[in-house]
Write a protein that binds this ligand. Structure first.
Ligand code: PXP
Length: 243
């Protein structure tokens, strides 16, 4: 606990820009190489049902070419399960997915969807993939993750990111309590969504967290300073938070 905090860089929005013109540039796989060179500890990519950013070909190339771990974000569907089992990423993070949403709004209801999720967690685990559940920092959801035997949970920090003042402090305590509870129960806690230079330090300081997954802000900031610089600066803030 309170050791090195890994940074997973989510490259989805490099693909968003590429797909705006339908060609090959900018290539998210090239961004993944650059992210690794800048110090990313892993690459995260969300293959959505509608393929609005990352494509099947991106996942195949990432898996073939990347030297650092690939975390595949996926909905709990038979199609995505087959893709995960075909490519065998290091980790698969099960996320809720609604076609009309702009991004992943809210965590997975692991408690309410227990029976639906159980076979997905089991089959991914059997395939040797480290399963993570993207959940709200909530004791009921952590309890479901324990019962599902998920080795990892990722706490949705979107609510924290959108709040300010005392309400943000309350949400930060909720994240800290959830990380402690997961860790106490043998689950490795991660966190992500909406993290920026301005809000990352208090989250990175939560000692039980082992990994942050950050995308939109890093890719957006790279427009101004370059990907190497945006990742280095985020890394420096995370290290500072860990003392
Ligand atoms: N973690 C998960 C599970 C996500 O779905 C996302 C968004 O795709 C992120 C982390 C990264 O969020 P952001 O792009 O806001 O940094």
């Amino acid at each position: 606990m309170s050791g090195f905090l890994r940074l997973g860089v989510n490259i989805d929005h490099v693909a968003t820009i590429r797909n705006a013109r339908g060609g090959e540039h900018p290539d998210p796989v090239r961004a993944a190489f650059d992210a690794a060179a800048a110090g990313a500890d892993g690459i995260t990519a969300h293959l959505r049902e509608d393929r609005r950013h990352i494509t099947d070909d991106d996942i195949a190339r990432l898996k073939d070419q990347l030297a650092i771990p690939l975390n595949l974000e996926m909905a709990a569907t038979e199609e995505m399960l087959a893709i995960a089992i075909r490519h065998l990423p290091h980790a698969a993070c099960i996320v809720p997915e609604k076609r009309e949403e702009r991004t992943t709004e809210g965590g997975l209801d692991a408690a309410g969807q227990f029976d639906v999720l159980a076979p997905f967690v089991a089959r991914l685990t059997e395939a040797g993939i480290r399963v993570s559940l993207f959940i709200e920092p909530d004791a009921k959801q952590i309890d479901a993750a324990i019962r599902l035997k998920a080795p990892v949970v990722e706490f949705h920090t979107g609510r924290y990111a959108h709040l300010s003042g005392e309400s943000q402090a309350v949400e930060l305590r909720r994240l800290a309590d959830a990380a402690a509870l997961a860790w106490k129960n043998g689950i490795e806690p991660h966190a992500g969504h909406g993290l920026t230079y301005d809000n990352v330090v208090p989250v990175a300081a939560i000692p039980q967290l082992a990994e942050l997954n950050i995308g939109h802000f890093l890719i957006g900031e790279a427009i101004f300073t370059g990907l190497h610089s945006s990742i280095r600066q985020m890394r420096a803030l995370m290290d500072e938070a860990r003392g």
